[in-house]
Design a protein around this ligand. Structure first.
Ligand SMILES: C[S@@+](CC[C@H](N)C(=O)[O-])C[C@H]1O[C@@H](n2cnc3c(N)ncnc32)[C@H](O)[C@@H]1O
Length: 278
């Protein structure tokens, strides 16, 4: 198995769009005409769901004429949110073909196809010209990428000089072993965690100026506590993307392992804002 099929096999099983439609119906939403808010519990496939996407977007100030790149765009929730909030264009790229297909269909359903598009491809070799984008971001993706230096260099290549890059992801806290499965990897073989310091050093080596690093451990723990309280009250939790993609059994173990890692300090949710040097 190649590394690519190892990664995409973890995420895709062919029935995603139909499962999402059923969940929307269960929620009382119209699956043929969903709003961005209807999709938000399902289409944000990272810790703290839409809350983390809003905070990432707070770091951007793109004009309506800006073109952003979403690296590892999943089923497109973050891309649609940013395009809707700023009126800008967003292109997403993702390795998993099924995610790209679902991302396009959902974007069409919410009427954003004119400004948000998706391509299937590898973040290490993107089919874009040099300096094509005014900004880029990536949410919970680099944990699947072994060669971080090649990843950062490739992102730098497609960004205009001075353009921002925001990474929102999990770093290794170095306090001990992480238990698998997690939402991003069934086994340790598909997980490539590095420390915050290694991330910053790698970005600087690739030609980025790191402007800000935020440890979001407390926010993650608070979100987990709120979600548990909602479940205890018999309500649906705000983040249901892992359930949608992996099914309830794997989702329970995977989110439990992530929560345990964050509580113990083995996993550090981190947001890094950097800028492409001239
Ligand atoms: C945990 S999901 C996050 C999806 C999306 N960023 C979000 O937050 O909703 C990780 C995504 O990264 C994608 N991915 C992993 N390695 C990749 C690579 N080398 N190039 C492009 N996409 C990749 C996977 O296919 C998956 O969609």
């Amino acid at each position: 198995m190649t590394n690519e099929t190892h990664i995409t096999g973890h995420y895709a099983d062919g029935g995603l769009f139909d499962r999402l439609r059923s969940l929307l119906i269960e929620d009382g939403a119209d699956p043929d005409n969903p709003s961005i808010d209807d999709l938000a519990p399902y289409d944000q496939f990272h810790g703290r769901a839409i809350e983390a996407t809003r905070e990432l977007a707070d770091l951007f100030d793109p004009g309506a004429d800006a073109h952003l790149l979403d690296i590892g765009s999943g089923i497109g929730g973050p891309a649609r949110y940013l395009a809707d909030r700023f009126g800008c264009r967003v292109t997403g790229i993702d390795l998993t073909a099924e995610f790209v297909d679902v991302a396009r269909r959902l974007t069409d359903l919410v009427g954003l196809s004119g400004r948000v598009d998706f391509v299937q491809g590898n973040a290490l070799s993107m089919p874009f010209h040099e300096a094509s984008f005014d900004g880029a971001y990536s949410m919970n993706v680099s944990m699947n990428i072994a060669d971080k230096d090649a990843f950062y260099r490739e992102v730098r290549r497609v960004l205009r000089p001075g353009a921002p890059l925001i990474l929102s992801e999990l770093a290794s806290g170095g306090a001990g072993e992480v238990d698998y499965p997690t939402p991003w990897a069934e086994t340790e073989d598909a997980s490539f965690l590095v420390s915050v310091d290694e991330t910053v050093a790698g970005l600087e080596r690739a030609g980025f100026l790191v402007e800000r690093v935020r440890d979001a451990t407390d926010e993650n723990l608070a979100f987990g506590k709120r979600s548990k309280e909602m479940l205890d009250r018999g309500e649906k939790p705000p983040h249901r993307g892992v359930h949608l993609i992996h099914g309830p059994a794997l989702a329970k173990t995977a989110t439990g392992n992530t929560a345990k890692g964050i509580r113990s300090g083995n996993l550090v949710p981190v947001e890094v804002l950097c800028r492409r040097r001239g």
